[in-house]
Ligand binder design. Structure first.
Ligand code: BTN
Length: 339
């Protein structure tokens, strides 16, 4: 008999009664509600009303505000269907323990804390919104509430620390395969952890690891995908380099089905890596290598190194052919394209 699935729903603990009332007032009014009327109904200043509206917008409520007319609720945030996700993943490694957050700091932070308290392999942490989403190299990952996939899975493989990083390739191949199965957009992987559609980034992977040199204790694989994000919802600094599946394909994508497919693909690719090593992940990466044969600049502590990307070696290191033809290997680093 299958063990029952546990889904712990964590509603945002910051959603005050006032904010709930703001939403109710807006829901009940098909037209605009003036700031004045809101402030009288709520018994707070107009400035305080404005602050509540601003905070609701960050949670995915689309509230139009026009001076001298007031506020109108345009759209409420979409929620993932946990019922659909748990039905689709039943019996898989990721089928039994879920934590679903309306909003959290970072699913990786939550998953790491669960890992340290002994949570089992296969635990999945999902959020509709993150207040401090983490990216590689200390960067931030931002995504409007309810528009992307933001989740982390907990793994406890019997691997030496020196091989843990290869799970980034495993996760990237699984994510690419799942996205292609639903969104019909060819996905490339930019070494080591970026998912690309065309020449724009749609997703990224952040691996965090703990353990001793000869054995990993846990690995948290955090995955972020821009799914139904609109151009105007991308941070201004990323509008020339990032995209979403909706922007690329013109149609909304079912986030719950995408997450289910991604977890199933990750289960299969991870099982293959644990049983037979990383050959299949390396070859999957090579078929999707975004940088291959392109001019690149790799940022290192000694400054940028410029050359031509020449694939990856059997340890997943990036190979770059320098102008004098010798090959240099990079185990980590930030890579940008160079004409
Ligand atoms: C990158 O491109 O630098 C990696 C981005 C990884 C973002 C995901 S979103 C879910 C998970 N939680 C985090 O805080 N980060 C990862």
């Amino acid at each position: 008999m299958e063990s029952p699935t546990s889904v712990v729903y964590i509603e945002s603990n910051h959603m005050s009664q006032r904010k709930k009332t703001v939403i109710e007032i807006l829901r009940d009014s098909p037209g605009f509600v003036s700031g004045e009327a809101m402030s009288t109904k709520l018994g707070i200043s107009r400035n305080a009303v404005h602050k509540h509206v601003k905070s609701l917008r960050s949670r995915g409520y689309r509230i139009l505000g026009i001076s001298r007319r007031g506020y109108r609720l345009e759209e409420e945030p979409c929620r993932l269907s946990m019922g659909h996700i748990t039905d689709r993943t039943v019996g898989s490694r990721f089928g039994s323990s879920y934590r679903y957050y309306e909003e959290t700091e970072s699913t990786n932070v939550e998953a790491k804390s669960l890992a340290n308290s002994g949570a089992p392999e296969g635990t999945v942490v999902i959020a509709e919104a993150q207040t401090a989403g983490r990216g590689r190299l200390g960067r931030r990952w931002t995504s409007p509430a309810g528009k992307g996939l933001l989740f982390s899975v907990l793994l406890r493989p019997a691997l030496p620390m020196s091989e843990a990083h290869l799970l980034t390739l495993v996760a990237a191949c699984a994510a690419a395969e799942a996205i292609e199965s639903l969104a019909a957009a060819p996905v490339k992987i930019k070494w080591p952890n970026d998912l690309f559609v065309g020449d724009r980034k749609i997703g990224g992977i952040l691996l965090e690891v703990a353990g001793e040199q000869d054995e990993v204790d846990w690995i948290v694989v955090g995955i972020g995908v821009n799914v139904n994000t609109e151009y105007s919802e991308l941070p201004v600094a990323l509008r020339r380099t990032a995209t979403s599946l909706k922007m690329a394909g013109g149609e909304s994508v079912d986030r719950s089905e995408l997450l289910a497919r991604l977890l199933l693909a990750l289960d299969a690719h991870y099982a293959e890596a644990v049983a037979n090593g990383f050959e299949s992940a390396l070859s999957g990466f090579r078929q999707r290598d975004y940088l291959l044969s392109k001019g690149v600049s790799v940022q290192t502590r000694e400054g940028p190194v410029v050359g031509r990307a020449a694939g990856i070696d059997e340890r997943g290191a990036l190979l770059v052919e320098l102008p004098q033809r010798q090959i240099r290997r990079f185990h980590s680093g930030d890579v940008t394209l160079k004409p």
